[in-house]
Design a binder for this molecule. Structure first.
Ligand SMILES: O=C(O)CCC(=O)C(=O)O
Ligand SMILES: [Fe+2]
Length: 272
């Protein structure tokens, strides 16, 4: 898989290369987006949230109970609000999905020791759509590697070019095809085309593999999670315009407060 070292913002040439990779292979790994120390900080915060979910009995597991998901991260820590709007990630998705890009989900996927493969799939909204899918980009996935991702600790695997089929894999189909494993160092990011066939691999080590999954949509594609309501008006007040945009708080007809200022009349909508 292609990897690249990075210390600052992306150049237009790098953005060209990433866009091209998302169009052709369907994925791209960017190394050193954050430092290992920053990644470790986010990893500790993520594992603590997973423990909180467990203690509340509200945990979500799959993969024989060994893969854990933590949902709705935006309201659960400043570090997550920082990462969802990381300038490098936003530069990629604004290039591919438009300047008015929105977030679709921001969650953690923790592949625990002994976890089996997650299962080949495509990401939302594709799994909610009937094939053939429209060509082009509707959504993109961002996998934050909060650990080194290795071939034996549950790294993400992709089937290069599979997004071009414009359909999900049939049962057993992906297993017949060569896969590429997204190995990368702690603090790296894997970008994928949302329609690519992919999964997390089994974890045969004794440590959890912690990843954050940030999905971004074209603004007209309804988000997978309820993003607008993850922060209240008060919580949002001091946040950036970009975060408000990502949470869908800049789409007038979809804002939760929409109904307060607009009302339906016999002939349409009226403000007031
Ligand atoms: O955590 C990973 O490596 C990928 C998980 C994934 O594809 C998903 O949850 O949609
Ligand atoms: Fe996925």
């Amino acid at each position: 898989m292609k990897t690249e070292a990075l210390s600052t913002a992306l150049s237009p040439e790098q953005l060209d290369a990433i866009e091209e990779a998302l169009r052709t292979a369907g994925f791209y790994i960017l190394e050193h987006v954050i430092t290992p120390e920053e990644a470790e900080y986010a990893r500790t915060a993520t594992l603590a949230l997973a423990e909180t979910d467990m203690a509340r009995g509200a945990h979500h597991t799959y993969g024989n109970g060994n893969i854990r998901r933590v949902w709705a991260l935006v309201g659960k820590g400043e570090i997550f609000r920082r990462l969802i709007q990381h300038p490098t990630v936003i530069a990629v998705w604004q290039r591919v999905l438009g300047p008015d890009v929105i977030a679709s989900t921001f969650t953690a996927n923790i592949v625990g020791p002994g976890a089996p493969a997650g299962g080949w799939h495509i990401d939302y909204p594709y799994w909610a759509m009937q094939p053939p899918f429209p060509d082009g980009f509707l959504t993109g996935q961002t996998v934050w590697m909060l650990d080194d991702f290795t071939s034996d600790n549950g790294a993400t695997a992709c089937i290069a070019g599979s997004h071009k089929t414009l359909r999900p894999p049939q049962r057993g189909e992906a297993e017949q095809l060569p896969m590429e494993v997204a190995v990368g160092s702690q603090g790296s990011v894997l970008f994928t085309n949302g329609a690519i066939w992919h999964q997390c691999l089994p974890n045969s080590t004794d440590q959890p593999r912690v990843g954050l999954l940030g999905m971004y949509n074209r603004s007209v594609v309804f988000p997978q999670e309820d993003m607008p309501r993850q922060l209240s008006e008060e919580e949002l007040a001091d946040e950036s315009d970009l975060l408000k945009q990502l949470l869908g708080r800049r789409i007038p007809f979809r804002d939760p407060n929409h109904g307060l200022t607009w009302r339906r009349t016999a002939t349409g909508f009226e403000q007031g």
